[in-house]
Design a protein around this ligand. Structure first.
Ligand code: GLA
Length: 368
């Protein structure tokens, strides 16, 4: 069989921070950058994964015999192997194959390089071995792969965004119903993604710790998910300060997503931008998943001409911010933010001018 190639993009979270595993709402988009997985079947009983990192080829090789499972290594290859394992757990038969990965998505920037690795893998393996699953089932399997094999208890935002994105559209995701709809994004508005130069590490304790704090807050509020709570319930509760702030962030974010969808619908981009900045403030004060570098970047961005709002994007604790900017000012705004940030922090910022892009299902012809 000829080699196949599957592309899966990264994503940017526009509003709805840490709401996914709380059964809430998220507004996100696929971005043009992503991971490309090329591969073919082998006839020698081996699974061979490779990727280029600079000049160096990183390789992982093992038996395709399911009775000799791969062991977690803490490296990039855990993500494709996690997908392989999740497909097998669902009873799909996968034999020997080669997969080679290329990425123009920065790793550790909060743009879901891990989900892009998972999604490109699941599409490649589905095509190679004739597995037929719905888009949402693909997303669920990739999430399960990351939760169980990799050990990050993430929600479904990243995988859904990578799969369901559509050019010039934001993705509205109801994480409780696991339903997706698309929201048209105004043409004269665009995004900047600015990496703070300090990588984030999701495979660490902070993310899972926030998840536990949220479920503890939900338990004390007497709801299954924080999605079911509102500010009135929170105010009349006796929640300790930490859980109160975590819950306030999630309740506020859910509300901002719903209002944000309305603002986009009516073309009110100024108020949409204000919601993004309010979201960042809540991350800083309530959820404590920002960093001094991200706060500095957001502070500079919000004072930059043409910028309508800015916030951290993704899990937090480092990574990147997303900036809503008028398209005509985008280039100059990016240059200004980067030079001001470097001058004030000593770190090098990396700026990506970014349009809302097609997700993997469209990019690979699974849907049109
Ligand atoms: C990471 C996780 C997502 C989501 C975001 C925060 O990207 O993988 O599931 O929780 O953080 O919104």
């Amino acid at each position: 069989m000829d080699a196949l190639c599957c592309f899966a993009p990264g994503r940017v979270e526009l509003l709805g921070n840490h709401t996914d595993y709380n059964g809430g709402y998220v507004l996100s988009a696929a971005i043009p950058q992503g991971v490309r997985a090329s591969g073919s079947k082998r006839d020698d009983g081996l699974i061979r994964l490779s990727t280029l990192l600079g000049e160096e080829t990183l390789l992982r090789e093992g038996s395709a015999d399911a009775s000799y499972p791969f062991v977690k290594s803490g490296e990039w290859s855990d993500y494709p192997l996690a997908v392989l394992q999740a497909l097998r757990d669902e009873g799909h038969f996968l034999d020997a194959f080669d997969a080679a990965y290329r990425s123009d998505l920065p790793f550790g920037a909060g743009l879901s390089s891990s989900a892009a690795l998972e999604v490109s893998t699941i599409l490649l393996l589905s095509k190679l071995f004739g597995v037929s699953l719905s888009g949402m089932d693909l997303a669920r399997l990739c999430r399960r792969a990351e939760n169980q094999f990799v050990g990050v208890r993430c929600g479904i935002l990243d995988q859904v965004s990578s799969l369901f994105g559509k050019r010039d559209h934001a993705i509205f995701l109801d994480c409780l119903k696991e339903e997706v709809s698309l929201v048209s994004f105004p043409n004269d508005i665009s995004l900047l993604i600015v990496q703070c130069g300090v990588p984030h590490a999701l495979v660490g304790g902070e993310y899972n710790a926030r998840r536990l704090e949220c479920s503890e807050a939900a338990r004390q509020l007497g709801v299954n998910f924080l999605r079911e709570a509102d500010m009135a319930l929170l105010e009349e509760s006796q929640l300790p300060d930490l859980e109160r702030r975590r819950a306030a962030h999630i309740i506020g974010e859910n509300d901002r997503v719903l209002r944000g969808v309305e603002f986009l619908g009516s073309g009110n981009v100024a108020d949409f931008g204000r919601l993004m900045s309010a979201s960042h403030e809540s991350s800083r004060v309530n959820f404590e998943n920002s960093t001094p570098e991200l706060d500095l970047l957001v502070g500079i961005a919000t004072l930059t001409p043409g910028v309508l709002g800015a916030r951290l994007t993704g899990g937090g604790f480092g990574g990147a911010i997303v900036v809503l900017v008028s398209r005509k000012d985008r280039h100059e705004a990016g240059n200004f933010i980067a030079s001001e940030y470097e001058r004030r922090s000593g770190h090098e910022a990396h700026v990506m001018e970014c349009d809302l892009a097609d997700g993997a299902l469209i990019a690979n012809g699974f849907i049109s």
